[in-house]
Design a binder for this molecule. Structure first.
Ligand code: CIZ
Length: 303
């Protein structure tokens, strides 16, 4: 009797399938993926791969992004109900109202958004490239969708622009309080605090480093420090422990677990490969419109 890991490996080979997993996925999924990274790295990798089938272990906006960039490949999301609270914050109606209110502004849309919202935006960004995307725009006024915390952080880094935020937030990162950070610092007094820009502004201000998951991984690799307080989703701990076995990592709060990101189990991955389900399909006209800001992000800002 083959183990699930072996069955997954056989199916990947037989179907010329590649599994791409986000840093926030469970340890088991990361261990069975061909590539683990952030949404930007996943999208770039997917675009450049030869594979016939791409299995995206992440949430729905990540699989949609990959499908829009690789319309001719079969893109599978093992659990189609794995959504994103933050992406759902920006409804089409609210974005249309903002476009009427700020006709001169550039609209920058975080990849954590629906295809419909992307289609209304000028350019996409991820947390890895948000600052450079905003800096590179010719418009002085910029509306950032849908994460208000990310918009505040970008404003603190790009003082020459007026950034209009939106009231969306990641329910996982936004839960973290100053008190959580203070308690962790009390326990681990020499640890360096690294935080994701989706956290509240007052939490970001307490961090020694603020950056996307990929930037956090790089920062820790380059740092001479040995202990770190991690203020982002717990899935990243797996990569950090694998890459830097000599360093110690303390999750700032046990509440930093995204339930959507943890939906996909090893069995779901196996079934997805076996039955080639669930295939991501996007209306052709919508996909064409949403590809424009996505491709602009990838072409102009390879950060
Ligand atoms: O862009 C991503 O992958 C997300 C959701 C977080 C990050 O910082 O990588």
């Amino acid at each position: 009797m083959l183990k699930p890991e072996q069955k997954i490996a056989e199916l990947k080979q037989a179907k010329k399938a590649v599994v791409l997993a986000h840093f926030y996925q469970s340890k088991e999924i990361q261990a069975n993926a061909d590539f683990v990274g952030d949404s930007l790295e996943m999208a770039k990798k997917a675009r450049d791969l030869e594979a016939d089938v791409l299995v995206i272990c992440g949430v729905s906006f990540m699989a949609e992004t990959v499908k829009m960039l690789c319309p001719n490949k079969k893109v599978l999301l093992p659990r189609p109900e794995a959504g994103c609270f933050l992406a759902d914050c920006a409804t089409l109606e609210k974005v249309i109202l903002l476009k009427e209110k700020y006709p001169q502004a550039a609209f920058v849309c975080y990849v954590n958004s629906s295809a419909e919202v992307k289609a209304l935006s000028d350019i996409c960004c991820t947390s890895a490239n948000a600052v450079s995307i905003v800096k590179g725009l010719k418009e002085k006024q910029v509306v950032m969708l849908p994460d208000g915390n990310l918009a505040l952080w970008v404003q603190s880094q790009v003082l020459q622009k007026e950034i209009i935020g939106f009231n969306g937030y990641c329910d996982c990162h936004n839960n973290i309080t100053k008190e959580d950070v203070l308690k962790a610092k009390d326990k681990h007094s020499v640890a360096v605090v690294v935080a994701h820009p989706e956290v509240r502004q007052e939490v970001a201000q307490m961090a020694d480093f603020v950056g996307s998951t990929a930037k956090i991984v790089n920062f820790i690799g380059e740092s001479s420090a040995k202990e770190f307080i991690i203020v982002t989703e717990e899935g990243i701990l797996n990569q950090l422990q694998l890459k830097y076995p000599g360093k110690s990592f303390y999750l700032v709060s046990p509440s930093l677990v995204c339930t959507s990101m943890k939906m996909i189990t090893l069995n779901d991955l196996y079934i997805a490969l076996l039955k080639e389900q669930y295939e991501v399909e996007i209306n052709a006209d919508l996909s064409r419109k949403a590809q424009i800001p996505l491709k602009r992000m990838l072409e102009d800002h390879l950060v």
